[in-house]
Design a protein around this ligand. Structure first.
Ligand SMILES: Cc1cc2nc3c(=O)[nH]c(=O)nc-3n(C[C@H](O)[C@H](O)[C@H](O)COP(=O)(O)OP(=O)(O)OC[C@H]3O[C@@H](n4cnc5c(N)ncnc54)[C@H](O)[C@@H]3O)c2cc1C
Length: 318
């Protein structure tokens, strides 16, 4: 735990910003904010209200820089493993910054979505409006901000395939709209991974489609995920990236090496899915990290491939 007086001073400064409103807590356990359900305390956790979100996010980045405090931007916590020691610095939780606006029709139809919106809420709203194209995100945990940052992918589609533009804010406080450029995105890579910026919203192309058809497809994908055991135990989805050079999905490689059920402490390779590392009930973050390392070693030793983790290790590790 860092010197708490820095975080108290930071919060005093932010609270004096015009229009500030939101929740904040010191030493907030991150296990309650991640789908893996692990993670120690963040020195400061702050969730601005929608009324001030863009301004408060910019102010936090700027004031934190003044105080020398790093800021971690949190979406749904669905792709991260926060260390048992927690996060030294401030966590900006985007969870209250939700909502969408559908625009245009025909070839110009689009939707602008606030970063904290969940994938399922957006797909359901799109169904209500008869706007298709985002169904592939159905059942994926997390927020649109996190999905754009990660360039999330499923059903052979990356979120960048439908992206029109992204609005961000940074330490200078202004709001900047960045049009989609093909070369900026690739498999599980977005340009935001190299920037200190908060994604505020993203605009996606959609098209007219029967609401019932959208609902049917969304439901099918959710059931398919449930059937594959995605929600059977806490996890952060695929632990490792796929790689065409492997010749098959990473989960299949791990399965074929007989590693289903392989464990370290309370973390295990799911007995039903080689690329899913799960918290069996009492995992520590260090168990998950140890298991990721052990699986990587075994794959390297047997096949000569270097696996790349897809899950992100966040916070202070010893
Ligand atoms: C059961 C399960 C199934 C999954 N299936 C898939 C799948 O099919 N495909 C797939 O790609 N992923 C999958 N995932 C992983 C996860 O759902 C996605 O990566 C999702 O996009 C993460 O979003 P998040 O909001 O939870 O991001 P977080 O985990 O909170 O954050 C991830 C990264 O994004 C950054 N970030 C988040 N929001 C913002 C923002 N507004 N501005 C700037 N940076 C931000 C964070 O700082 C962090 O570096 C799955 C996860 C689970 C638990």
């Amino acid at each position: 735990m860092a010197d708490i007086s820095v975080f108290r001073r930071l919060m005093e400064k932010i609270s004096r910003e015009p229009g500030f409103s939101g929740e904040f807590r010191f030493a907030e356990p991150m296990a309650t904010h991640t789908t893996f359900k692990v993670g120690g305390p963040a020195d400061l956790w702050m969730r601005p209200d929608p009324a001030c979100f863009p301004e408060c996010a910019g102010a936090l980045l700027a004031l934190a820089r003044e105080e020398g405090v790093p800021v971690f931007v949190l979406g749904g916590g669905a792709n991260i493993v926060v260390s048992d020691l927690g996060i030294r610095g401030a966590v900006l939780d985007t969870g209250a910054w939700t909502g969408w606006e559908f625009q245009g029709a025909g070839g110009d139809a689009a939707v602008t979505v606030r970063a904290g919106t969940t994938m399922d809420a957006l797909v359901d709203a799109a169904a209500g409006q008869g706007r298709g194209g985002l169904e592939f995100l159905s059942g994926m945990p997390g927020t649109l901000g996190g999905a754009v940052w990660m360039n999330a992918r499923c059903m052979e589609k990356s979120i960048s395939d439908t992206l029109v533009e992204t609005e961000i804010t940074g330490v200078s406080g202004g709001r900047l709209t960045i049009p989609y450029r093909e070369g900026d995105f690739s498999y599980k890579k977005s340009p935001f991974q190299n920037q200190e910026a908060v994604i505020l919203s993203a605009k996606f192309r959609v098209y007219e489609k029967e609401p019932e058809e959208i609902r049917r497809e969304a439901e099918k994908l959710r059931k398919d995920r449930a059937g594959k055991g995605h929600y059977r135990a806490p996890s952060a989805g695929s632990a490792f990236k796929n790689n065409r050079a492997f010749g098959k999905p990473t989960g299949k490689l791990i399965d074929e090496l007989g590693l289903l059920g392989f464990s370290a402490g309370g973390a295990a390779v799911a007995p039903w899915h080689g690329n899913l590392i799960i918290n069996t009930g009492n995992a520590a973050a260090r168990d998950i990290r140890a298991l990721v390392n052990a699986v990587t070693e075994k794959v390297r030793a047997s096949l000569g491939f270097d696996l790349e983790p897809e899950i992100l290790f966040v916070g202070e590790w010893d």
